[in-house]
Design a protein around this ligand. Sequence first.
Ligand code: NAD
Length: 440
Amino acid sequence: MRVSVIGCGHLGIPHAVAMAEIGHEVIGVDLDRPKIDRLTRGQCPIHEGGLADLLARHTGTGRLRFSTGFAEAAAFADAHFLAVGTPLDAAGRGYDTTQVLGAAEALAPHLTRPCVVIGKSTVAVGTTRELAGLLARRAPAGEGVEVVWNPEFLREGHAMEDTLAPDRIVAGVPSRHAEDVVRELYDPLLRRGIPLCVTDHATAELIKSAANAYLGLKISFINGVADMCAAAGADVQQLAEAIGLDPRIGRGGLTAGPGYGGGCLPKDIRAFTAAAEALDAPEAAALLNAAERVNDSRPAAALRLVEETLGRAVTGAKVTVWGAAFKAGTNDIRESPALAIATLMHRRGAAVTVHDPLAVPTALTHHPYLTYETDLEASVTGAELVVLATEWPHFRHAAPDRLATLVARPVLVDLRNLLDAGTWRAAGWTVRQLGRPAHE
Ligand code: NAD
């Protein structure tokens, strides 16, 4: 089929590339001219494993191209994916749908023949109805423009595998015809047995929000339990493994750490909390509020562990933070727990150096008051304490013997429980891990 993907960001680029990869002809559209120019040259502005190669391959063959023109997209495609951003609104309670409605407004006058507009962005329940009304009023094809809601579940750092092999595809459809279009678009994936959940608009919108809210609850639950483990001298890692063996609980996402972050989970939980209040479900809102409170308290919890390990306040200490990205595998720093902890220690008077293999350029732009180092060994030279805050695999393979010769004091706080603490201790390091007993 011929498809357009409107909005070329962390979601839109992998989706456009995946659509080309499964055989469609694709045009990606964005308002950001420099970004479109880079994409047209086959250069990828975001980091995702496998994405750059596929982008270069499909722009090379011409199956995938990019433009800033909505008229061009409307003339070319019969299915239009909306993948624009939905940040929190000014009140910080719901989604700002300016980009979604703006993209629809720009596209609508050019929709002169029947087509399907497929929303992928994360939105509040009711948005699809509003969008369908707008398109019916503004598009020359009128009621011939059908709207599907097809939320996206990709995880940053795993965007290509999640887009090409998702756990499930969800489609809120208004008609059998729209469902058939969805089936045709995703046919290569459906043939591989990937489940398609066909439902109505409101349920599709809520499925996405509820999934992210549940993930946030799970993370905050285990982080709250990590605090209890720390106080009781118990081991949250062993606890998570044991309770995760119960299939009703499951091990996935049950990992204690410095809190959830990124461009999705924090805002989706806030917006879902607001939706719970608006939809007269105050108990659900209270549950979600509690998850957010636990998450908000993570930088302070990390600081407590740091100061306990250091044996004094962090003021005046030379500290290295490993990690700036909100999680491994991406250069995205939106609501990054690593940078929240680095910033808190900086505010308390520590001299903080941040090391990250990918995210230093973006972190430097948004947090210029911190010092950055892209080389792992240089990052720890002279440090009194190293804080591991993002789970980059190369930290696991770092050489504790060699690093011990570079630091001022071999002391490490592992907020991701990533390292083999025994190996580090054998190399002379004092190691504390989150929610795990201290070993002398
Ligand atoms: P992003 O900010 O990385 O990308 C949004 C893009 O849309 C930008 O390139 C921007 O220039 C473009 N844009 C804005 N207004 C436009 C318009 N009117 N016309 C054309 N382009 C326009 O955002 P993102 O992370 O890709 O998220 C997009 C949506 O996907 C959000 O709703 C988000 O919640 C959802 N989502 C994101 C992820 C993720 O991992 N990032 C996962 C699932 C769902």
